[in-house]
Design a protein around this ligand. Structure first.
Ligand SMILES: [Zn+2]
Length: 466
């Protein structure tokens, strides 16, 4: 339905784009030569850890799952996040940061490797990235760090995401059994591990609480007078989810208030974690993507490339990093190179992102999973965005005159070459992608698959029962 809406809204003269220009991110099992065989190798798990550099700093990396920037008070929204605001006041708040992929595993892989989604295979729930280069965990481990991840939701469970590589500890206990672990529990385990570390440590903390369903402890916080029936659960929202039936604006705003209350509660849970990070620690806070409450697409994110899902909060705090708001145009791919510099580390990995101390990119790219409908691709400049469907029809928005993306027009000249440019960027790094046979989806077990689907993800079907 979304693609129908998108194409219906394309305007009278959509600019054709040849999607064949884009990398073959969704190869069939028969496309054995979709990518060249790897000719470049990079250090991964076989690396003998070196002693940490003398000036190495510990890294605390917090992922706020499914938290869109526009909902936070520090970005002009309703959700109060005083702990994050305090952290931002000690560091740098990036006001124009965008994700490149609107699903969990691949967005996190991009964050933690500094390369764009197509290098990872563009397939969530496939058992790992196709990219052969190192992750943040592998880079820090090779530099003598202790490494740990504490996972709050099933979408980063080790078998379905493959994100555990390079971590000494990958604590995803109970996420398959329970779907999610609440932030206080994840933070408690993370803080305990952190307290035991003597030398430099890299700790990744994933907090799933804002994700659907929206069931905060205080449902009245931002909408105390609501008397309707929507309580944020799947039972009341199921018929409306994705491209389902529209809600009256009054009810929709209440659901938004429930989501925002969850964000405020998530912020409160950060207290012990932020207290444990000493002033010499590099602290990163980012979201993997936002959440959609508009454009006829509700309570999910995987099929939308509007700014409501692309615009994410990003905070960095580190010794020597200038404080204040930073309006530079940036993508999540830029975070890792910046963090490595702030921590005093170096890598030979072919990072695509730009250190945030360097001049910004003029265009950022984002996509949905092209193995699944609607299969969208977007290019965004600071002031304009174009979104293309799989048949090459595109529409564009003037984000200065139309920041809510309500009035699509034809794709401007500036953005017409974006798919070709994106493709050439990806092709330049294709030697770092695993060989084609590994491209096929690796189905996760039936129970995990069912749980992922109940959360709104579409994953590889499990094999038939014997
Ligand atoms: Zn996610």
């Amino acid at each position: 339905m979304l693609i129908a809406l998108l194409l219906a809204a394309c305007g009278p003269a959509p600019a054709p784009v040849d999607f064949a220009l884009l990398p073959p991110s969704c190869p069939s099992p028969h496309a054995a030569s979709a990518h060249p065989a790897p000719t470049a190798t990079l250090p991964r798990t076989a690396v003998i850890p070196q002693p940490p550099p003398a000036n190495a700093r510990s890294i605390l990396w917090i992922s706020l799952h499914t938290v869109g920037a526009r909902h936070l008070a520090m970005y002009g929204g309703r959700a109060q996040t005083p702990r994050l605001a305090e952290l931002a006041s000690q560091g740098r708040l990036y006001t124009h940061a965008y994700t490149h992929f609107v699903e969990t595993a691949i967005s996190h892989f991009t964050l933690l490797t500094g390369v764009l989604p197509d290098l990872h295979g563009n397939v969530p729930g496939n058992g790992g990235s196709l990219y052969k280069g190192p992750t943040a965990a592998e880079i820090t481990k090779a530099n003598g760090y202790r490494t740990a991840a504490f996972i709050g939701g099933i979408t980063l469970e080790k078998h379905s995401s493959g994100l555990d590589r390079g971590f000494d500890v990958y604590d995803d206990d109970d996420v398959v059994r329970l779907d999610t672990r609440p932030a206080p529990q994840v933070v408690g385990r993370a803080t305990s591990w952190w307290a035991d570390q003597q030398g430099p440590a890299f700790m990744f903390v994933h907090l799933f609480d804002a994700h659907f369903p929206y069931t905060p402890a205080d449902p009245r916080r931002y909408d105390p007078n609501y008397t309707g029936r929507y309580d944020g659960t799947d039972a009341t929202l199921h018929a409306h989810r994705d491209a389902g039936r529209a809600l009256p604006e009054r009810d929709l705003d209440h659901v938004r208030a429930l989501y925002e209350s969850e964000i405020t509660e998530l912020d409160a849970a950060l207290v012990p974690l932020l207290a444990a990070a000493g002033p010499d620690t590099v602290v990163v806070v980012a979201a993997d993507h936002g959440e959609s409450f508009e454009h006829g697409y509700y309570f999910n994110h995987r099929a939308s490339l509007y700014d409501e899902t692309l615009h994410v909060p990003l905070i960095l705090r580190a010794p020597g990093l200038p404080t204040g708001r930073d309006d530079r145009f940036t993508g999540l791919v830029d975070v890792l190179p910046t963090v490595l510099r702030l921590a005093g580390l170096h890598t030979d990995a072919p990072l695509m992102g730009r250190d945030l101390a360097d001049p910004p990119s003029d265009v950022l790219f984002a996509l949905t999973d092209r193995c699944l409908p609607p299969g969208l691709f977007a290019a965004r400049t600071p002031n304009a965005k174009a979104i293309w469907g799989p048949d090459g029809a595109g529409m564009a928005f003037d984000l200065v005159a139309d920041p809510n993306e309500q009035s699509p027009g034809g794709v401007p000249e500036l953005l017409r070459s974006a798919p070709r440019r994106y493709s050439s960027i990806i092709q330049a790094l294709s030697p770092y992608i695993a060989n084609a046979p590994q491209h096929q989806k690796r189905p996760v077990d039936r129970k995990t698959s069912a749980q992922l689907e109940s959360l709104g993800y579409v994953v590889g079907r499990p094999p038939p029962a014997p």
